[in-house]
Design a protein around this ligand. Sequence first.
Ligand code: FE2
Length: 273
Amino acid sequence: MTYTTLPMIDETGYVVLDRYDQAQDPREWEDLIYVDWKSSGDTRFAPLASAYGDIECDGFWNHNPPKTDKDGVWVKENVAIAPRLIARAQEPGVNIGRCRVIELQPNTYGEALYNLHRDDNNRLNPEGTGWIVRAFFNLTDNPDSLMILRSDKEDPSTEIRLPLPAGQQLVLDTQRFYHAVWHPGNEPRYCLITSYESGPGLQSWMDGYHSVNRVANHPIDPQVQAEGEALAQAKRDARAAALAAQGKDPRFGDGSMQVAEKGSGGMEVLSEA
Ligand SMILES: [Fe+2]
């Protein structure tokens, strides 16, 4: 397929930008209207832009008429509450699809591994236009929490771990990487997630934050890693057994994540939506 992509994201699948001074902004995310939407753990979402401006989080392709993850419609109820978050989402000045704040309750490394999934960002996206990537602006200060990326879901050697202090700004090809957040701690983590169309405008905005596409991998305790792998595998096995008992194909979802059709090239794509 031919889409406009950004070479520096093509190379590694992720970029890290200069950190934003989050302390200068009000904590607007505390006042937003959230909806229950389970994705990659115990989560809720506050939609800022949705398919047609309603307070809901479904993938744009699941609406009538369906649309690709572009041309999001601002959700007026939340826009009124969070002008600063909207301004930040609009900063790149490029086409925006889904835009929402995620609330993630604390979890373990093994649970995060079990939650690894790829997004379905480019369903219905016309060839010849920009590939959809997603920006993650961490709002709460979670320096011990990690964005986990893997090119092979069950191969720890492919793992990239990016810490999530307040103001961390990442742009990720979440359709390429399996991803999930490991969030230890006692309080929920909040992050602004926005779908952007790749193109010169996005690169220019990234340049302004001195984006880099390689950083040192955050260390992890080998024992924690081994225990996490074991827990994730146990959960996968239990899920497969439960689905098999129901006569269902264990490759497909259990309701916590939606499962898309097989993408082109036979790639199975899980949708966070
Ligand atoms: Fe995702």
